[in-house]
Write a new protein. Structure first.
Length: 294
């Protein structure tokens, strides 16, 4: 089954007091690589997330973003540094008494001191966090896999249509290729007629046949045509494989291109040259689509 390398998924998972929201996007890439953005407390589990993603995806650049909500933090959001508050209050009293100030020291004055009230730093349940994060990553990897398969089905249909189109065009190439010997024979005969007319001689039919046979052999594209049909068969077989097909299909495109170039260089008439141009144009469209395949 073909899988696309471009897809998007978003999941949310809650485990006890922890809720993890995760978005994943995948892009074309020759290899499997990651761009991961996690909250600080989740960063120790980055490698585990990569391993989970690697169980479902073989190629592509995968961008992962996660956010964490811990409901247990609502119970105690701030803590007071009593020692620092007492010391600050004592210092304020010393200043007041030394300067003979009669006013009382207000609570807000004490609270105005830095670091007296600070955000709480609750202990993180790492095992719970790990479970919540890994479960979310697995759900995200599966969701992304479904989207990539869905996009891959669209690619499969398009590529099947295009490879069938190339197969049909090759029938025209085969028909035109059969005319190459006669085309060369006519050209050679015409050229010899001009030359012998200038010299007052007549050309040798036997020599003409020999030269025609030689040119026909040099311009024979039957082997290239056979190889193209073999590549078409292989292309379809690779599309049906369950493992990653992108690299294999890209290699076959290079082989197609090599055969088309050879046929084009041996083309004996304009119609065959135009047919090869059309084949290469269709092949380029296939190449663009194959770049998206895992």
């Amino acid at each position: 089954m073909i899988k696309s390398m471009t897809a998007f998924a978003k999941v949310s998972h809650t485990l006890e007091t922890l809720t993890v929201d995760m978005t994943v996007r995948s892009y074309n890439s020759r290899f499997l690589d990651f761009s991961i953005h996690l909250p600080e407390t989740c960063q120790p589990f980055e490698e585990e997330i990569k391993k989970i993603m690697g169980q479902f995806h073989a190629r592509g650049r995968i961008e992962i973003r996660a956010s964490l909500e811990d409901q247990s933090l609502d119970q105690d959001l701030f803590e007071v540094d009593i020692i620092k508050a007492k010391a600050y209050y004592k210092a304020l009293k010393t200043v007041r008494d030394t300067l003979s100030i009669s006013s009382d020291i207000a609570l807000e004055t004490v609270l105005g001191a830095k670091q007296v009230i600070v955000a709480a730093k609750p202990e993180v349940n790492l095992e719970l966090l790990r479970s919540a994060l890994c479960d979310t990553a697995r759900n995200a990897a599966q969701a992304l896999d479904r989207m990539r398969k869905q996009e891959g089905e669209n690619l499969y249909q398009d590529l099947s249509h295009r490879i069938s189109d190339i197969e049909q065009r090759m029938e025209d190439v085969e028909t035109l290729a059969k005319t190459i010997p006669e085309t060369y024979k006519a050209r050679l005969k015409e050229r010899l007629s001009v030359l012998t007319a200038e010299d007052g001689d007549c050309f040798d039919p036997v020599r003409l046949a020999q030269e025609t046979a030689l040119l026909a052999d040099k311009s024979d594209v039957s082997e290239e045509i056979v190889r193209v049909h073999s590549h078409i068969k292989m292309f379809r077989e690779v599309m049906e494989e369950n493992e990653s097909q992108g690299r294999k299909l890209n290699f076959l495109i290079q082989e197609f291109n090599r055969e088309f170039n050879t046929i084009g260089s041996k083309a004996g008439n304009a119609n065959l040259s135009h047919a090869v141009v059309d084949l290469k144009s269709e092949l380029e469209k296939i190449r663009e689509q194959v770049q998206n395949i895992e």
